[in-house]
Design a protein. Sequence first.
Length: 233
Amino acid sequence: MNDPTCPQQPGGAPDDVPGGVPDGVPEFQTRDPGAREFWDERFERGFTPWDQAGVQPAFESFAQAHSAAAVLIPGCGNAWEARWLAERGRTVRAIDFAPSAVANARVALGDFADVVEEADFFTYEPPFAADWIFERAFLCALPKALRPHYAQRMAALLAPGALLAGFFFLGDTPKGPPFGISRTELDALLTPWFTLLDDQPVEGSLPVFVGRERWLTWQRNDMPAAPPPSSRT
């Protein structure tokens, strides 16, 4: 599960994509972004306008500054960042619950294919204690009802002092994906368990994110994580 965009939302509403839905957008069977099939169909057909097709400088800089961090990447999609880390001998796991995304990523990673797993973030247990969970087009891919689950699961996976850092898509949007989130809501969502350490502008965003991404670094505090939700929905 990675991120944006379907020609219509459940019930037939168009996506909230800057500039509207572009010509040539294929028709899809699945309209529910909370469903595995939604993302699997898009990766299978190569419709991934959220895919950077590489690693952004902000990621490289942060990764180099935290060179000993073991990294978990949820909603990894084509897993460019996982490849970058694995090639440098870093401890990393990248997960996605869309089989086509995982298959694509494993082919691209070649000798490092085993760092990519098909899994649901909300139930996944990584094989190591993550020092950094990388956020990239994952929160904004989730239906809004799953946001509290996202925060609770992040808190459960990270020990005090560990980091949740990456690209956050800000500004509330009525439709999606991508589902933007207001800064006020994001702060309320994360501050029970995290302290904001850094907030930086982002250059070189893709059209679906341009002008609304920030690189945010959150540090896990010592507040105990909430019990896991009984359902992902």
